[in-house]
Design a protein around this ligand. Structure first.
Ligand SMILES: Cc1ncc(COP(=O)(O)O)c(C=O)c1O
Length: 431
């Protein structure tokens, strides 16, 4: 195996000894380099919401690359970036009609944090410099996202991070909530932890709080009933912006276009990426409430926000994104998770008596199956389950000992049965 590629979030030496190579994809499946079919239980990496190699998206990208490969968006523009932003604003919650383009979830997060800081400054409240994240949060890997993120392994090697960051506690409470179906009953009061930080730092120093509506990468943590509402209320009371990181929960994953619409709680700013182009071309977007955008437009007449990426609004990504939205809309994919919700939930919770399982959590077309860690080897059991499922023809994800499932939203009921059936069989074989 050649070794120039330093693989991300991968045990590189282990991988080289036993490579797992995907060579082709279509619909719900991958095919390995050896030609073996693999059912995609994780939408690639939570992103291929419409399934793989959808013809309309493929055609749109081909057409665009032959028409105009690249055009800058600094002091210049090109029509499809405006068209795509317009289309996105149409499916966003009311009052979010402004969209800032990035190239990834990590960039969306850092952009959202910077917009929050600059917004307060534009309003004459430059003393609001603190950014609050949450334990077990994942907000990508750039310095802002790493700092507000709350996963130990992602933080420990990278120094002190951005100054002025603090964290509220996570919402995981297995003693009261294990095996909850959908939103757990207990834990709305965990939102009050924000009051503790307000009392410690003074709320007038806090710019924003960022949370994932459903924490994905830390192992599928669904917000307790009333929790997001309470967080919203506290932020509003103190003039703190609430940012939802919807990189995973966006684009139909929970049964509505965005997680905020599913939970009925509106942030002030929200991030997206992944499903925005069905994973075809890297892209992200930050949505802001109109009042936030308007605050920038009332400043001196010139560049209002000194921020952007060479590839913000890249033509290929915009073409892919427009075709992706067409596909989602034509096939009803932004709401399909809602109609499969019960089947999915029943299939997930049927694993309650499977070997090693200590908790099951679900929301929309997302499920987390938590395994009891092997004594002295946390994460080993989850990784082994991932490897065995791949051998058995199903792609799942393991974050430590939590198996995460989030298939393309085109999944059929028989494939849901196959996915969870495979996990059950695999767990029988895992030590
Ligand atoms: C909630 C959340 N935010 C941010 C990111 C980072 O996205 P990217 O890997 O595209 O930078 C992810 C990736 O999984 C995510 O789940």
């Amino acid at each position: 195996m050649q070794s120039a590629f330093w693989m991300p979030f991968t045990a590189n030496r282990q991988f080289r000894k036993a490579p797992r190579l995907l060579a082709r994809a279509e619909g719900m499946h991958y095919w390995t380099a050896e030609g073996r079919q693999v059912l995609d239980g994780v939408a690639g990496l939570w992103c291929v919401n419409a399934g793989h190699c959808r013809p309309k998206i493929v055609e749109a990208v081909k057409r665009q690359v032959a028409t105009m490969d690249f055009a800058p968006t600094f002091q210049m523009g090109h029509p499809i970036a405006f068209e795509f932003a317009e289309r996105l604003a149409r499916i966003a919650p009311q009052g979010f009609s402004r969209v800032f383009f990035t190239n990834s979830g990590s960039e969306s997060v850092d952009t959202a944090l910077k917009i929050a800081l600059a917004y307060h400054r534009a309003k004459g409240e430059g003393q609001r410099f603190r950014l609050i994240g949450r334990e077990r949060g994942y907000h990508g890997v750039n310095f802002g996202g790493t700092s507000v993120g709350g996963i130990l392994a992602n933080r420990k090697s990278f120094g002190p991070g951005v100054a002025g960051v603090d964290h509220i506690r996570h919402t995981h409470d297995p003693a009261r909530n294990a095996f909850s179906r959908g939103q757990p009953a207990h834990g709305a009061e965990f939102a009050d932890d924000l009051e503790r930080l307000c009392a410690l730092h003074d709320p007038s120093t806090i710019a924003a709080v960022i949370v994932e509506p459903v924490a994905g990468s830390a192992g599928v943590l669904v917000p307790p009933k009333g929790y997001l509402e309470r967080l919203r209320e506290i932020c509003t009371r103190h003039g703190i912006l609430l940012i939802f990181d919807e990189v995973i929960t966006g684009f139909g994953r929970l049964g509505k276009a965005f997680g905020s619409q599913h939970f009925g709680v509106m942030p002030d700013v929200f991030t997206s990426a992944k499903g925005i182009t069905n994973g075809t071309v890297p892209m992200g977007a930050v949505f802001v409430k109109d009042a936030i955008y308007d605050a920038f437009m009332q400043g001196p007449d010139g560049i209002e926000l000194f921020h952007g990426y060479t590839y913000s609004g890249h033509p290929l990504a915009c073409a892919a994104g427009i075709a992706t939205l067409d596909t989602y809309e034509e096939e009803g994919l932004l709401t399909r998770a809602a109609s499969l919700d019960r089947t999915w939930e029943d299939a997930a919770h049927a694993l309650r008596d499977a070997r090693h399982v200590i908790d099951i959590r679900n929301c929309g077309l997302v499920a987390g199956i938590e395994l009891e860690p092997r004594p002295g080897a946390p994460g080993a059991r989850g990784h082994e389950a991932f490897l065995k499922a791949f051998e058995a023809g199903v792609l799942i994800r393991a974050t430590r000992d939590i198996l995460a499932l989030s298939p393309p939203l085109i999944i059929e009921k028989a494939q849901i049965a196959r996915l969870f059936g495979c996990v059950r069989e695999v767990l029988k074989a895992v030590e």
